[in-house]
Design a protein around this ligand. Structure first.
Ligand code: ZN
Ligand code: ZN
Length: 338
């Protein structure tokens, strides 16, 4: 299939207008912009190869997370607060770190913030930043095609978790290897994390969330492990995956009705502001991933606080006029997001 619009829910397929001037990235980075020229290869698709190690690991994780949920009432109040804190940190590691900073370069971060974000991304255990950003750039560049790692035209399950349970489509690997990742290779913090990734995950995703409640307020190791580490980890994973699945299927398309990504308030709420996905795929270089600032967007609030403290600079924002012009030209006519 070569069309970007492949979902059954899409009713009209029209000719997409010529590439607009606003989606050129002002000379900064273009590898996260959709490539209209890519065509999927003709002929039969390569067979899916299941990665049983991942199937078993994900099954165990989700069984452990369900068990963790049953333990929540017996845990101490501080453990609840600590789990929430770990959830927010690991979410920010992805949203403010791997996504908005390293995948899209939508703002600049000083060293202390980059160190925090890379530690937080290890806490979220979703592959190291280098790999996450590479996969995410191909997702934007080849959205809803064979070269998209979580191609949403293959259905909800595949784009949510299924893509992690099978070998990558050869086009994902081929196109991913051709991206310019020199900015990531030049970032010493990113490369340090890549080098010591397993150790950092062990420490940040499992050991720290478990040991802190046990040591500081006498929580049982069982509660701390299953709630603050396992349940919190599974929760962060699923909210992140909803951006790839639900936010590519359910919601309005006020900015570009010719693409699948949608504005989905529920996903924005769970994923700290990453649910304004029609806007984000239309303007991937906007640091806020939304037109509406702090509205359902904790990550934008966080980055703005970092700017106030002098730890973040150069936030890129699309002008109101450009957004309006684009809405009038390619939007679906829905007024407000969600
Ligand atoms: Zn997307
Ligand atoms: Zn993105």
């Amino acid at each position: 299939m070569t069309s970007r619009v492949t979902q059954a829910t899409v009713t009209t397929i029209q000719q997409k207008p010529p590439a607009p001037e606003e989606v050129t990235a002002n000379g900064v980075m273009t590898d996260d912009l959709f490539d209209e020229s890519y065509r999927e290869k003709e002929g039969p698709k390569p067979p899916m190869k299941i990665v049983w190690r991942n199937v078993i690991a994900m099954s165990l994780l989700h069984i452990g997370a369900l068990y963790g949920m049953t333990l929540i009432p017996s845990a101490r109040f501080y453990t609840w607060m600590w789990s929430l804190f770990c959830f927010v940190c690991s979410a920010l590691g992805i949203t403010a770190g791997a996504h908005r900073l390293w995948s899209h370069r939508s703002y600049k971060a000083k060293l202390p913030l980059r160190i925090f974000l890379v530690m937080a991304s290890s806490m979220s255990f979703q592959n190291d930043v280098y790999e996450w950003a590479r996969d995410h750039r191909v997702h934007h560049k080849y959205s809803e095609t064979d070269a998209d790692p979580h191609n949403a035209s293959r259905g909800f399950f595949f784009s949510h978790i299924g893509w992690l349970l099978v070998r990558k489509h050869p086009d994902v690997i081929e196109k991913g290897s051709k991206l310019d990742l020199s900015d990531l290779k030049a970032d010493k913090i990113v490369m340090f994390q890549r080098r010591f990734y397993k150790t950092s995950v062990l420490l940040m995703c499992f050991i720290t969330p478990t040991v802190v409640p046990w040591y500081f307020w006498g929580e049982s190791l069982k509660n701390a492990f299953y709630i603050s580490a396992i349940w919190r980890y599974a929760l962060t994973l699923n909210f992140t995956w909803l951006v790839n699945s639900a936010a590519h299927m359910y919601g309005n398309r006020p900015y570009d009705k010719f693409i699948n990504p949608r504005e989905n308030l529920l996903v924005a709420l769970g994923a700290c502001g990453e649910g304004f996905h029609n806007y984000h795929h239309t303007f991937p270089y906007d640091y806020s991933t939304s037109e509406f600032g702090w509205h359902f967007n904790f990550t934008t609030f966080f980055i703005d606080c970092m700017c106030f403290l002098g730890l973040a600079t150069s936030c890129r924002k699309v002008s109101k006029e450009t957004v309006l012009a684009r809405r009038l030209r390619t939007g679906d006519g829905s007024h407000r997001s969600g």
